[in-house]
Design a protein around this ligand. Structure first.
Ligand SMILES: Cc1cc2nc3c(=O)[nH]c(=O)nc-3n(C[C@H](O)[C@H](O)[C@H](O)COP(=O)(O)O)c2cc1C
Length: 376
């Protein structure tokens, strides 16, 4: 398939760092183990940007290949596979995974990733890790203030963002908002957008990609009409044939009602950020009972203490206030289902999903090639 032949019928293309992406849709990185090369490669082939998640990628790729891969090698391998049939692909690297951060960045850069998207914290030193050459560096923010802090820091490093993802509070995964800020009007994506667009213009007029709660072709078209340059979507791609979510996870998405989708905080993610889940997720239910014993044998979520040393993940000591996010999410991606209870993260719109689609069918719907009646 020749990517350049794929043109969205009604949506404009998206240009980032001189590369023109035919369909202005970025499939959001979904850790742990949900957006791997089968999903990212399929999105790339359909003209969007496919994104690998770097979370726990060393373990996931090592298990798949039967050969030990470190974080650098795993990022390199997965990006190479996602790009092998053409199109644009990149990686999502969360700041919260501090210990593996630089190695994941270097592996992705050396493999020729088109973009590195980085959030779950402010990626202040991303441009300093290694010369990005053709790879676009894209922070994820939840406010104009956060974008300004990043722009000022990156300016000192001689770099400016190649684009920014503005993620609102309806997204899946970790949320960049305090619990009492999630539902307020000022933080609706459409209200967060104008000051972020102004900030992007002030620092070099780079593209602004919006994310969180975008579901249909009409949603995309409305944000593009309001001045967004593209969208990033997670939940719709979670519910595809190519996503690496377990069949139980996909079933939980199909059957989730509005009331089932909640924001977990205490017990919550050891990262300390609110985390949106399906409340029936077995790991959440058992953490709520306050009787869950920690079973962590991974040690990924390592935060730095005041002296800059890596501290222990809080979920390793007790699951009273935190669930074991790495093991719970790995289980949801079929990594260790026999030894751990799964944890299902979704965006608010998961209740609208009633069908698992192929990436091709989903992209046809999102670009407006196929009209679909969506329920609200
Ligand atoms: C299953 C799942 C896992 C996610 N994992 C990550 C992640 O590891 N890092 C990240 O920055 N965002 C993560 N996200 C957020 C998505 O990349 C995306 O920005 C967000 O889900 C957009 O909102 P939507 O789901 O309403 O489309 C995740 C979302 C989902 C649904």
């Amino acid at each position: 398939m020749i990517i350049n032949d794929i043109m969205s019928e009604t949506l404009p293309s998206l240009t980032i760092k001189g590369k023109t992406i035919p369909v202005p849709v970025i499939q959001g990185g979904m850790g742990v183990g949900i957006s791997l090369h089968p999903l990212a490669g399929a999105v790339a082939r359909e003209g969007g940007i496919g994104i690998i998640s770097s979370a726990c990628l060393d373990r996931l790729v090592s298990k798949r290949t039967g050969k030990k891969h470190n974080s650098y090698e795993a990022a390199y391998e997965e990006i190479s596979l996602a790009k092998q049939n053409g199109g644009f692909a990149g990686i999502n690297i969360m700041c919260a995974l501090a210990r593996d951060y630089n190695d994941s960045v270097k592996g992705a850069l050396d493999a020729g990733a088109d973009v590195i998207i980085s959030g779950a914290g402010l990626p202040l030193s991303l441009p300093a890790v290694q010369d990005p050459k053709d790879t676009a560096l894209i922070p994820i923010v939840s406010s104009a203030r956060a974008l300004e802090i990043i722009c000022k820091k990156w300016e000192k490093l001689g770099y400016r963002p190649d684009a920014v993802v503005l993620e609102g509070p309806l997204a899946g995964g970790h949320l960049g908002f305090k619990m009492d800020q999630i539902d307020i009007d000022a933080n609706r994506l459409e209200n967060l957008f104008p000051p972020v667009k102004d900030m992007a213009e002030k620092y070099g007029d780079f593209p602004v990609i919006v994310a969180g709660g975008i579901y249909s072709h009409e949603d995309i078209a409305a944000f593009m009409k309001a001045g967004a340059d593209g969208v990033q979507m997670g939940t719709r791609f979670l519910a595809t044939e190519e996503s690496s979510a377990s069949s139980d996870y996909k079933h939980a998405v199909l059957t989730a009602s509005d009331d089932d989708i909640i924001v977990a905080y205490d017990p919550g993610s050891p990262c300390g950020l609110p985390f949106r889940i399906i409340r029936q997720s077995p790991m959440y239910v058992s953490a709520l009972s306050k009787k869950r014993k920690p079973k962590c044998d991974k040690g990924y979520v390592l935060l730095k203490d005041r002296e800059g040393k890596f501290s222990l993940c809080p979920a390793k000591e007790s699951n009273e206030h935190h669930f074991c996010i790495c093991n719970g999410l790995l289980s949801s991606a079929n990594f260790n289902p026999e030894s751990e209870e799964p944890l299902y993260t979704v965006g608010t719109n998961a209740n609208r999903v009633d069908k698992i689609l192929s990436v091709k069918n989903l992209m046809d719907e999102l670009t407006g090639k196929v009209c679909v009646q969506t329920s609200v």
